[in-house]
Design a protein around this ligand. Sequence first.
Ligand SMILES: [Zn+2]
Length: 172
Amino acid sequence: MTMRRRITRLEQVLPPPNPDEALRQKRWEKVWARFFRQLEQAAALLSPEEEQAVSKALANLADDKPFDDDGLRSPYTYWLQDLRNGWSRLPKLAPAAMKELVVAWSSPGVSGGVVCKSCGVEYPHQNYRPVLAACPGCASREWDWAHLVERYHRAWKELDGYVGSRIVGGVT
Ligand SMILES: [Zn+2]
């Protein structure tokens, strides 16, 4: 087998990374870093009771494999997973706004979120009722169900802090 043919075969076995996927991965790394940076800033504002609830939710996150499909999950897993899937967005938030979100997501019985139509921030719901009356990011009261967001065109999908649509090349 000639070297050229060997290389061609290798290329077939190991296709180059999809540029869209590589870009998404980079954006995800940025959002992930922003999440923890803003979480740290928000942590300074927590009351002792809030700190306890947030620590508990974070401990679950650390114990679990965050993106595993079985077992108990930290409520923050839903939030992070939706960010990674391109169902919501994490803009730069003031520490007070991030604190409101972090506390809301540590509420018991949270199993998913709603996404602000205007800025893409996701906040949790309990039994299909949003935990917060308005978006901590921009005060809008209009939201979409997180799992339906990919069907809609929303202006926030053009902004930073958004990882991207799950449907590569799809209409967003
Ligand atoms: Zn908003």
